[in-house]
Design a protein around this ligand. Structure first.
Ligand SMILES: [Zn+2]
Length: 151
């Protein structure tokens, strides 16, 4: 069972695609990994690939990202809890109807697996926050004062 759990936990190098981030100093579009996204939440700066600034999120943005990551993690665990047993039962049911009994209707096992895919899809869309957000990162998370006044 351990290998399935590892597959669901994003590794350090998994790209974090649920939010777009850019460098506030050179406008470079950052493509952070999950590891870096978690680093940002923990107030660990990430380095801009282009201008080399140590970048942090604005405190308000940091909280939004924190919430996003936690929702995704929670739903990822939930998906394992639901889909693991679901596919196991589907597999057993498929084998059972293949060898021991007539299926209730043709294509029964296809429906079982299709149902699993639907559940997977629903969980995936629940995990991905519908709220699209562009995070702009600055040194120490501080927006240059000129831009704060502009808003
Ligand atoms: Zn930069």
């Amino acid at each position: 069972m351990s290998h399935t759990q590892e597959a669901a936990v994003p590794t350090d190098s998994t790209p974090y695609k649920d939010a777009s981030m850019s460098c506030g100093h050179c406008n470079y579009t950052l493509k952070p990994t999950y590891h870096q996204a978690f680093e940002l939440v923990r107030l660990q700066p990430i380095n801009c690939y282009q201008c080399g600034s140590d970048l942090l999120l604005d405190e308000a943005d940091r909280q939004v990202l924190d919430k996003k990551l936690h929702t995704a993690t929670r739903i990822g665990k939930l998906a394992l809890l639901i889909l693991g047993p679901y596919f196991l039962i589907s597999l057993l049911a498929t084998l059972y109807f293949m060898f021991f009994a007539k299926p209730p209707f043709p294509g029964f096992s296809g429906v079982l697996f299709g149902g699993g895919l639907v559940i997977g899809f629903l969980l995936k869309s629940a995990a991905t926050d519908s709220e699209e957000r562009d995070f702009v990162l600055f040194k120490q998370g501080k927006r240059p004062s000129a831009q704060t006044q502009a808003a």
